[in-house]
Design a protein around this ligand. Structure first.
Ligand code: DAK
Length: 262
């Protein structure tokens, strides 16, 4: 199934949705229309019980997303800027905390809000030609779509501050070295690899996928003792699913499991 907005194109095949940000003439910079369509698409993905994995990428071969649209941002007053930050943070939280597994396939520039969009995804893979960074300081602002919080949690406080304080762009290879992306591949291998990863994950039982996301995302905000107790609760919850019974029975019977995603 393919659904085409002007700015966001989604194509769903079985349990995997490919979401393409389609504004290549502006390096896929996120203006209001693109953000609204992205919000609609992410909400639809989350509401579709068939979809387990979504791949986000950018149209064209130059950019994943080159940031928030600077022309739109420039005249904002403080109240509008704050409101816009809150709304986009909510959208990115939907990606991070939703039940779908999101893979960012970073095919070019992932800068500012583009890097923050990738940070909200569960997995990031990049083409070797990609460049990432948080150049907001060069515009007299700070990252406002979660970057000051997600980046240090992912790569550590020191490296995150260096990236944000210098505004420097880094290569995909450097991004992999610091843990900002998980894998770097040749540009022509990016989408095949993203699809392969998506298929691997889509073949897993849905509730376990959801609970892994919940355990990591929510546990990260807790002290260790509370986090262990939380993990134990979610571990127990797995035993309420048909797929736990089936997965273990299939192992014992030396056959492949038939997941019911329940
Ligand atoms: N916004 C708007 N247009 C952009 C854009 C952007 N972020 N990035 C690129 N474009 C447009 C260019 O203006 C140009 O348009 P035309 O002149 O052709 O009409 C077209 O895309 C192609 O770009 P270039 O000609 O510049 O291409 P180059 O290959 O020479 O350079 C570049 C590529 C990625 C190095 C360069 O375009 C660049 O530096 N772009 C800006 C990157 C950047 O600084 N991104 C961070 C933006 S700040 C908010 C909170 C946070 C945010 C937003 C709002 N609120 C609280 C409200 C997020 C902030 C950011 O993301």
């Amino acid at each position: 199934m393919a659904i085409s907005g002007t700015r966001i194109i989604t194509e769903t095949f079985e349990a995997v949705t490919l979401l393409t940000i389609n504004r290549p003439e502006a390096l896929n910079a996120l203006d209001q229309q693109t953000l609204q369509q992205l919000n609609t698409a992410v909400t639809a993905i989350e509401a579709d019980p068939r979809v387990k994995v979504a791949i986000i990428t950018g149209a064209g071969d130059k950019a994943f997303v080159a940031g928030g649209d600077i022309g739109v941002m420039q005249p904002l007053d403080p109240i509008a800027a704050r409101q816009s930050a809150v709304e986009t943070q909510q959208l990115l939280n939907k990606i991070e905390y939703g039940s779908t597994v999101f893979i960012a396939a970073i095919n070019g520039y992932a800068l500012g809000g583009g890097c923050e969009l990738a940070l909200a995804c569960d997995i990031r893979i990049a083409a070797n030609s990609a460049q990432l960074g948080q150049p907001e300081v060069n515009l007299g602002i700070i990252p406002g779509w979660g970057g000051t919080q997600r980046l240090p949690r992912l790569v550590g406080v020191s490296v995150a501050k260096q990236l944000m304080l210098t505004g420097e762009r880094i290569s995909a290879a450097k991004a992999a070295e610091i843990g900002l992306v998980g894998e770097v591949v040749n540009a022509d291998e990016l989408m095949p690899r993203a699809r392969e990863l998506a298929q691997t994950i889509a073949a897993k039982p849905k509730v376990a996928l959801q609970l892994i996301k919940e355990a990591v995302n929510n546990g990260f905000e807790m002290d260790m003792n509370r986090a262990f107790a939380y993990e134990a609760d979610l571990f127990g919850l797995c035993f309420a699913t048909a797929d736990q019974k089936e997965g273990m029975l299939a192992f014992l019977e030396k056959r492949r499991p038939n997941w019911r995603d329940a």
